[in-house]
Design a protein around this ligand. Structure first.
Ligand code: GDP
Length: 204
């Protein structure tokens, strides 16, 4: 069980467990998992590190050979954070794309332990077709989604707020219930909010 201490204290226990390249290799579908997905370079690794208060945690997933894998991090006794492979590289061979579609699609559609998904989007390029694909896969399960509009520090405050409002409006009809907030791993906007969401999902 994850003890309901402060989110920051809980996150200090996080540690890398394993990388998985096929659905059959996933750990038993029990306990509670919270996953992170996003387009490559959107800032997913930085967001995981900022939320966990660690510098290099998620960069394990960037080591050669691991970028297309699902990376598991243990949190407390029975919970996991799950770093899903980044998507959207311009030139991937069809076979690679088919592979991640199967892995990501299968995971999002069928993982019963999944308590919530953080979907990471660069605030300057939100809601790409592949971001929508993630939401379409997950929607039938009813699992909650929190969109983190990363790199908010790259826009003025006003432009960032406008982009947030536009994204919330674009999400509302096709994906009711999906929430969004500003995020920056540089100035730490949204970090505490994301920790609170994570703690709520794992407790619920
Ligand atoms: P990933 O491929 O989604 O895991 O992306 P990374 O976390 O590796 O980030 C990609 C690039 O964006 C790196 O150069 C990061 O330093 C930069 N980056 C990530 N998050 C932020 C942010 O919140 N603000 C700014 N300004 N840069 C960021």
């Amino acid at each position: 069980m994850v003890q309901a201490t402060s989110p920051a204290a809980m996150l200090q226990t996080v540690s890398f467990v394993l990388s998985v390249g096929e659905l059959q290799q996933l750990p038993p579908d029990s306990g509670a998992e919270v996953a992170f997905a996003g387009r490559s370079n959107a800032g997913k690794s930085s967001a995981i590190n900022a939320i966990c208060g660690r510098h290099k945690l998620a960069f394990v997933s960037r080591t050669p050979g691991r970028t297309q894998l699902i990376n598991y991090f243990r949190l407390g006794e029975s919970a996991h954070l799950v770093d899903l492979p980044g998507y959207g590289y311009a030139r991937v061979p069809a076979a690679v794309r088919a592979g991640w579609e199967q892995l990501l699609g299968g995971y999002l559609q069928r993982r019963r332990a999944l308590r919530g998904l953080f979907l990471i989007m660069d605030i300057r390029h939100p809601l790409t077709s592949l971001d929508r694909q993630m939401l379409d896969w997950l929607a039938p399960t009813g699992a909650p989604v929190q969109v983190l509009l990363t790199k908010a520090d790259k826009l003025t405050r006003q432009a960032a707020r406008r982009q947030l409002a536009d994204t919330v409006a674009a999400l509302a009809r096709p994906y009711p219930g999906v929430e969004a907030c500003l995020f920056s791993s540089v100035d730490r906007t949204g970090v505490e909010e994301a920790r609170a969401v994570l703690a709520r999902w794992l407790a619920g």
